[in-house]
Design a protein around this ligand. Structure first.
Ligand code: OFO
Length: 176
């Protein structure tokens, strides 16, 4: 049986994941406005991934007999001056998510909630990838010294496709 405090924290994490998706969607809008469709694509994919992250927790809690209580998703930032500024905000956000998962993991360990520990292991690993991806984006944009270099990077980012590496459990909630 899931620990009550862990369940409450995971319940809130559903909203945090949706907020992350909302933030990346807002970044996609900014990238579109900057005429960088590749970067916009990168953020659209990120937005879809965050949706699956949220729904995977939703499903886990439901399976544990928890009644989900969705919270308000706060409005994201809407304006950035440059791609590198967006990438830096993305990293900041991912570091926050990592810290939150560590807190929930601490609570699960304290409560000997082994099922939740096993469930969250995937997220702990995923956050390493999320932070690495954000750092890579920052490095790329910091290296771009002119518009041609920027467009070269943009073309590379256009190649990203949505292919979530989620546990099998999440399959039914993947977006079409
Ligand atoms: Fe859900 O990984 Fe990013 O926030």
């Amino acid at each position: 049986m899931i620990n009550k405090d862990v369940a409450a924290m995971l319940n809130d994490q559903i909203t945090n994941e949706f907020h992350a998706g909302y933030l990346y969607l807002s970044m996609a809008a900014q990238a579109e406005d900057m005429n960088l469709p590749g970067l916009a694509n990168w953020f659209y994919v990120q937005h879809q991934e965050e949706h699956t992250h949220a729904m995977n927790i939703f499903k886990y809690l439901t399976e544990q007999g928890v009644k989900i209580s969705l919270k308000e998703i706060k409005a994201p930032k809407v304006t950035w001056e440059s791609p590198v500024e967006m990438a830096k905000d993305g990293l900041k956000h991912e570091e926050l998510v990592t810290a939150t998962f560590h807190k929930i993991m601490d609570a699960a360990h304290a409560a000997r909630d082994y099922a939740s520990i096993a469930f969250m292991n995937w997220y702990i690993n995923e956050q390493v990838e999320e932070e690495a991806a954000a750092k890579d984006l920052i490095r790329k944009f910091e290296m771009a010294e002119n518009r041609s270099a920027l467009l070269f990077i943009d073309a590379e980012l256009a190649q990203r496709v949505f292919a979530p590496a989620l546990p099998v459990k999440a399959t039914p909630v993947q977006l079409a």
